[in-house]
Design a protein around this ligand. Sequence first.
Ligand SMILES: Nc1ncnc2c1ncn2[C@@H]1O[C@H](COP(=O)(O)OP(=O)(O)OP(=O)(O)O)[C@@H](O)[C@H]1O
Ligand SMILES: [Mg+2]
Length: 372
Amino acid sequence: MHSKTYLEYRLISKKGEGTFSEVLKAQSTVTGRYVAIKCMKSHFDNSEQVNNLREIQALRRLSPHANIIKLIEVIYDEPTGRLALVFELMDLNMYEWIKNRKSHLPENKIKNYVFQLLKAIEHTHTNGIFHRDIKPENVLISNDVLKLADLGSCRSINSKQPYTEYISTRWYRPPECLLTDGYYGPKMDLWGVGCVLFEVIALFPLFPGKNEMDQIKKIHNILGTPSQERLQQFQKLATHMEIKFQTREGTGIDPLIPHASESCRDLIKKLLIYEEEPRFTATQALNHPFFRELKDDTSAISHSPSIPDSDFAAGDKDSKINKKLFPTINKPVKNTSFSKITLAMDKSISKNLPHLKQASPYAKKTVHKPYY
Ligand SMILES: Nc1ncnc2c1ncn2[C@@H]1O[C@H](COP(=O)(O)OP(=O)(O)OP(=O)(O)O)[C@@H](O)[C@H]1O
Ligand SMILES: [Mg+2]
């Protein structure tokens, strides 16, 4: 039935590795287009399970958007249970962009990127979803274009709390995630943006906690302890621990990034407010003076595709014509592309088996980042 859309890929190199997947750079032998193939480490029993995947469901609801990664095709091999998601290829993630840099990046460039990140988050929240894993590795860039990726941890805003406590990567986890039994919401994504914005400005992470307690301590060291009122709110939503901290002042954000503009530092502070209510929404952040000169020029950013449209011709068809069917689940072409993909997956996954075996969702999500 879907035979017309079967695409074959030539694998080129490994592009990235996540907790749940390995991402390979490949080229379509049909269209010549370069793509990123996200090979899932888990196996899936049937196509219904594949269809219900959070990442696929979220992308279905959010696409197309200029700042959200484009899913081109889903390849599912029922006999082996293997699943690969084919995405448009981006150059690098934000962590790769800043890693090993000795001198600060131009604030204008950062501003451009963070504006697009906020556009993606605004769109996500408007559509009833929050991302839950905002971090530099999940933000992809190609030239001047930024796209939000890895929607695998998304939740629906309307779903019932409490949520899983140990979601999102520790360093970017907001206080309500760290201190309550899962009573958090979309504002957590904005805390994540505050941390990311700080990190690309400073070239070091803001709160690189070594464990849960250290994470809270690192936040207090800089922001000071929360108000008594806020602590009481946390305590009401936390049965697993007694929340008691000795009141202390923090160092503040300013001395850590003296080279940043006043408006940049102000925006970071508005994104890192302990209370969720006054913490900025994506829309409020986009209207902050930091982005003043960009506001009149949004069309230039949000409508410029990272790759010329012609390159997308084949893979775009389904998502453009019938959003309900998007994405079409394709079977791999027998004995060709997918067997090569799964072979590559098997090789690298087997290397990681000991790690995978012991990884609980908590351990997985709190892997200590390599650069600290
Ligand atoms: N479309 C893409 N283009 C280029 N590189 C990509 C693309 N998608 C993913 N990558 C690279 O692969 C890495 C892992 O991808 P992704 O975050 O989607 O996987 P994951 O297994 O869900 O990760 P996590 O550990 O964050 O849950 C990214 O950090 C990025 O470096
Ligand atoms: Mg990721």
